[in-house]
Ligand binder design. Structure first.
Ligand code: G1P
Length: 308
């Protein structure tokens, strides 16, 4: 992986050196999850399970493994289950304890990783991803932070967010996780206009949210992992509605180019789009095949269906 030297970078927009460690993460969970209705009518899409763990828990575990201690969930309606999930469940723990189900009890207690704190703030109007991130402004304050989109599930040996945090530690700049997509899919993603390339690391010359294939500056797409400097909030606060009538994070990020370093990192690992039904089922298969208790059974089922 590329190594860049510019440890005490000072931006043009902000003359203070910024060498703070990334310890806070924003997880927007205010979306309506319309692609999974009716399952998501009363339940957040982030609670959909891949095998036996909700999507939101994968995101929290990945972030905790990257050193995140403070989580800020930007919630909307019908999101109570997320708060309950990361809270202590005395009744459940008591019952499991009485039954001597120690393994299950440990699993339940491990849902909230050690040394982490959870905060919840409400988005009110679902005005888009940029607006959701802006809602966390007061809770983040003046430090770099991560954003994770839980329906982008990333299976990798090194936690994906950790890969981004390492680049931020070298550059003190902004970093987004990226991957190559088919040209006909550019209209689903924020797409990079590529500057220089150095191995997995790409300098970002521009960003466009959901361009039509013929207008896309490249096929390099943002996946739902970001490490951003706090100046993003000033740009978000000035944002007008963009693609899809929403306040777009990509548009605000585009306005930060030219200030602090801004890189795209081709991530190591496999990304599953769990906001999409096929992506979600594929994730279930991939994660189940890694489980000793399930792999043989899943293989047998897949073989049976492949023959039919
Ligand atoms: C969001 C972002 C987009 C990014 C994508 C990754 O879009 O706006 O830039 O590429 O997540 O999943 P959404 O999928 O919420 O429409």
């Amino acid at each position: 992986m590329a190594v860049i030297a510019s440890a005490n970078f000072v931006t043009m927009e902000d003359s203070r050196p910024m060498t703070k460690r990334v310890r806070k993460a924003v997880i927007p969970v205010g979306g309506l999850g319309t692609r999974f209705l009716p399952a998501t009518k009363a339940m957040p899409k982030e609670m959909l399970p891949v095998v036996d763990k909700p999507l939101i828990q994968y995101a929290v575990e990945e972030a905790a493994a990257a050193g995140i201690e403070d989580f800020i969930f930007v919630t909307g309606r019908a999101k109570q289950a997320i708060e309950d999930h990361f809270d202590v469940s005395f009744e459940l723990e008591h019952i499991l304890e009485r039954r001597g189900a120690t393994e299950r009890l440990d699993e339940v207690r491990a849902v909230c990783p050690a040394n982490t704190r959870m905060a919840y703030t409400r988005q009110g109007d679902p005005l888009g991803l940029g607006h959701a991130v802006l809602c966390a402004r007061e809770l983040i304050g003046d430090e770099p932070f991560a954003v994770l989109l839980a329906d982008d599930l990333i299976k990798s040996d090194r936690p994906c967010l950790q890969q981004l945090v390492e680049i931020n530690e070298q550059t003190q700049g902004n970093v987004v996780g990226v991957m190559e997509v088919a040209r006909e899919h550019t209209s689903r993603y924020g797409i990079l206009d590529i500057g220089d390339e150095d191995g997995d690391l790409v300098t970002i010359a521009g960003l466009v949210e959901k361009p039509a294939p013929r207008n896309a500056p490249s096929r390099l797409a943002i996946i739902g992992r970001y490490v951003l400097r706090p100046e993003i909030f000033e740009h978000l606060a000035e944002s007008q509605v963009g693609a899809g009538g929403e306040i777009q994070l990509t548009d605000a990020m585009a306005r930060m180019i030219g200030g602090a370093p801004f890189h795209g990192l081709r991530i190591e690992g496999r990304r599953f789009d769990c906001g999409d039904k096929l992506g979600f089922f594929e994730a279930n298969v991939a994660y189940a095949l890694q489980r000793d208790d399930l792999a043989d059974g899943i293989r047998r089922i897949l073989n049976d269906y492949a023959g039919s």
